[in-house]
Design a protein around this ligand. Sequence first.
Ligand SMILES: NC(=O)c1ccc[n+]([C@@H]2O[C@H](COP(=O)([O-])OP(=O)(O)OC[C@H]3O[C@@H](n4cnc5c(N)ncnc54)[C@H](O)[C@@H]3O)[C@@H](O)[C@H]2O)c1
Length: 256
Amino acid sequence: MKIAVVTGAARGIGRSIALRLAKEGYAIAASDVLTEQVNETAELVRQSGNKALALTVDVSKEEQVKKMFEQVVAELGGVDLLVNNAGVIARSHIVDTTAEDFDWVIGINLKGAFLCIKHSAPIMRQRGGGVIVNISSLHAFATLPNLSIYAASKAGLVGLTRAAALDLGVWNIRVVAVCPSGVDTPMLRDKPTEEENIATLNRWKRASPIGLILQPEDVANLVAWLVSDQARGLTGVAIVIDAGVSADLQIRKIPT
Ligand SMILES: NC(=O)c1ccc[n+]([C@@H]2O[C@H](COP(=O)([O-])OP(=O)(O)OC[C@H]3O[C@@H](n4cnc5c(N)ncnc54)[C@H](O)[C@@H]3O)[C@@H](O)[C@H]2O)c1
């Protein structure tokens, strides 16, 4: 039985990935700072007939990350797959953005992924290899106003993916990044009113040539393929999943 660790698995994309990987037969270690909701994810995995462990972990804290992998090894027997999905977003103009905001977002989105890679790779090595998937974002490549630190954290994660692929390839560990555009999750629905949330979702829909608002399952399906042997030729790359949004240069929409 293969074992997958999914961070930020309490809801949204992370929960969807945990449930999809369970369908592929993985035992799931679901971790998050939201204890009650991550327990629910683990319960849903168990209901689907798979082993599951729920762990309350802040990925930006090295001691907690180290302990998480020790506990996964003790209770599930090892680690074959890591999905660095935990993430936060901060929205403000760059000059209004504080150093504390920077440390918070980078601490979770980038340092958190680094810590999880650092502490899981030696365990994967002992098992003859593994796969690491970093959930980055389309914002790594093209972004929107007021998202400076978020965009920087996700671009950093793509760099980390390449560098980790080089260091870990010799241990038969593949490392890939997944870069979604807007996905219908609590992160995207974080506006003060439901009207604004719907407006955001509709904007992503209109920006897609196929008129699609990505759902968490769309990302989870891609992850399930990337971790399979069918994707054995992929490492050190970033895969964009954006319903066609980035194919459009937008220039024709600017009035002459
Ligand atoms: N929703 C989108 O439009 C979108 C697009 C591209 C990429 N992403 C990325 O996908 C990932 C999942 O996002 P989502 O949309 O499901 O958002 P979400 O807010 O629903 O889920 C993020 C999860 O991460 C957890 N988390 C936050 N800080 C943590 C910490 N310090 N330690 C552990 N867990 C922590 C949260 O509690 C939450 O359960 C994130 O990395 C996000 O940046 C999201």
